[in-house]
Write a protein of this length. Structure first.
Length: 589
């Protein structure tokens, strides 16, 4: 063993210990490991920042933008309401999410399937009152399992098919992977449906301003236009859209008020005074196609297309204090609409136009992106920038779905690489307004991307120093004289162990020839051994860095590095136990 190989092993071992101890944030650990590796000469100077240009970083960043755009579009919420309105059981929700992700991952890039369904997981978590950490990691693992089912489901399957063709003259076909892959997906999903309990419920140690605002109750009024989906339906059906987060205080029909009983049938032109969270109000308004208070905002005679909504607090010095929206005529004089008001400890039963505003009220104003900040300054309003308000903003559901479908089709058919397809999708969504420019960089998890970029050259040091070849030699010596199931298990476990440090395609390229060599030396056919390499390379459940799906959910789920083996270790053991007999049955040696 050379000095460079010893240093490479030492840097990676020290990094893994730091990750597990979890005293420093993961991006700090990764950057420290990179600098140490460079200082020791394990990573050359000209390769130190090669990770920042790696496709994986681009894929993860683009997927986060695409996922945010899908969540903003409202298409996810509409689909859930239409097809799964009563799915409140946590086990059913989780099983549904994992099955959908796994099936989609068999035919499209698994990170794309996962990115699409992340917003659904947040919806289900709110419904069941459970932390989203119970959902996201099982979904990421289900995406990896789903990719095992077809030749195009994951990179290891594609690479191992090419290796078999080079060695035997015949490639694996599209569904040669299905018998073993589908069995593993079924077993894995069944385990994860109940095994999620091994994960911690990631609760914040302190309550932030954002958390307080999240539960704030707003009063808003919305009118049913002639084309509303709720006309002729009872009020209870409308309120169901918010999952109990919104109540109706009264219904104004013409010049009279109607008591908001659940069975009151709604009519065109009804104005409903609603009260609830901003998110609940947004779901009702967007799903039922209601019209908020105020007038259409125009610029130069044209309807404004760049509408935003912003929360602000009325300060003691504000000119709004003591006046009503009708007194101020904000829609006409300033081109903004007052669409919601939150007053702590007080239920608002008046129409918003007649409500006398007070210092301390939190209001939501709707206006154009370039006009609204000026109005806040003019009236001494204190903006609350901690979170985004979707109530009163425009959606691009059709555009979002169209762009996403085009990107997935391009990646699945090989017209464009996955990184290019998803980068183009993210940029198109930005360009066409599916996600505002101000929200783009908020949706990208910076620490995760830095961690990935820093770890790529560090992990590659195993290959560049010849340490991976050294491992291969050790493995070849240890495997001599072993029975088929033991040799197969050794190959599978080694591929699983190597994958966090090499990307999964590189693992197949390193381990594939070794596996075929085992088979030849022992007098066996190579197919089962090549399949074992593909499964091991495609099943990294122990770290957030071995596959971009695991990395993608780390930030949104609030996971720590040590959380992954808590759920991933028993799943890995189960995969090994099921894989070996299935491989020997489907691919006799």
């Amino acid at each position: 063993m050379t000095i460079e190989q010893i240093l490479a092993f030492s840097v990676i071992a020290g990094m893994m210990v730091a990750f597990i101890i979890d005293k420093f944030r993961y991006d700090v650990v990764a950057c420290s490991a990179l600098l140490i590796a460079v200082a020791l000469g394990v990573v050359p100077f000209d390769k130190a920042f090669s990770g920042f240009s790696d496709d994986i970083v681009i894929i993860v960043a683009s997927a986060l933008i695409v996922s945010t755009s899908v969540a903003r579009s409202g298409i996810v919420d509409t689909t859930i309401k239409k097809y799964f309105p009563e799915m409140r059981s946590k086990h059913l929700q989780l099983a549904f999410l994992m099955i959908v992700v796994a099936v989609m991952s068999a035919f499209i890039k698994n990170i794309g399937a996962l990115a699409i369904m992340i917003p659904v997981a947040f919806q289900f978590a709110r419904k069941s009152g459970s932390p989203v950490s119970y959902y996201l990691m099982p979904m990421a693992f289900a995406a990896l399992l789903g990719g095992l089912m077809t030749q195009i489901g994951t990179s290891p399957n594609i690479v191992v098919s090419r290796l078999r063709e080079e060695m035997t003259g015949q490639s694996f076909s599209m569904f040669d992977f299905t018998p073993v892959g589908a069995t593993l997906a079924v077993v894995g999903i069944a385990f994860l449906t109940f095994g999620y309990k091994l994960l911690p419920a990631r609760a914040k140690d302190s309550t932030s301003v954002e958390d307080i605002l999240e539960g704030a109750s707003y009063a808003a009024e919305a009118t049913l236009p002639a084309d509303s989906l709720m006309i002729g339906k009872p009020l209870a059906d409308l309120l169901k859209q918010a999952d109990g987060d919104v109540i109706a205080n009264t219904i104004i029909r013409g010049h009279r008020r109607v008591s908001p009983f659940p069975d009151v049938v709604l009519k065109a032109g009804d104005t409903i005074l609603l009260e609830g969270t901003s998110e609940g109000l947004d779901r009702i308004v967007s799903n039922a196609k209601l019209t908020l208070s105020g007038k259409p905002i125009t610029e130069n005679g044209q309807k404004t297309v760049d509408l935003i909504a912003m929360e602000a607090v009325i300060s003691n010095e504000s000119l709004l204090s003591g006046l009503s929206a009708r007194d101020l005529a904000l829609s006409y004089t300033r081109g903004v609409n007052l669409i919601a008001v939150s007053r702590r400890g007080h239920r608002v039963n008046e129409r918003l136009a007649d409500l006398t505003l007070k210092a301390g009220d939190v209001i939501v104003l709707q206006g154009s992106r370039k006009n609204l900040p000026g109005v806040l300054r003019e009236f001494s309003l204190l903006p609350l920038a901690q979170r985004e308000i979707l109530l009163g903003t425009q959606r691009r559901a059709f555009i979002t779905v169209l762009i996403l479908a085009a990107a997935m089709l391009a990646a699945a058919t090989g017209v464009a690489p996955v990184a290019v397809a998803f980068f183009a999708a993210a940029f198109a969504m930005i360009l066409l307004g599916a996600i505002p420019l101000t929200e783009v960089y908020k949706s990208i998890d910076g620490p995760i991307l830095v961690m990935l970029a820093a770890l790529i050259p560090v992990s590659d040091s195993l290959r560049s120093t010849g340490a991976s070849d050294l491992i291969a030699g050790w493995l070849g010596t240890a495997a001599q004289g072993l029975p088929p199931y033991a040799a197969l298990g050794m190959i599978l476990l080694t591929a699983m162990a190597v994958t966090p440090f090499l990307n999964n395609a590189a693992t197949v390229l390193v381990m594939g020839p070794i596996a075929a060599g085992f088979a030849t030396t022992l007098g066996f056919r190579p197919e089962a051994f090549l399949m074992a390499v593909a499964i091991g390379a495609g099943c990294d459940f122990l770290t957030p860095i071995g596959h971009q799906c695991n990395t993608l959910v780390m930030g949104p789920g609030g996971y720590k590095f040590s959380d992954y083996p808590r759920l991933g270790a028993p799943l890995s053991i189960m995969i090994v136990i099921v894989s070996i007999p299935m491989l020997l049955y489907v691919w006799p040696v």
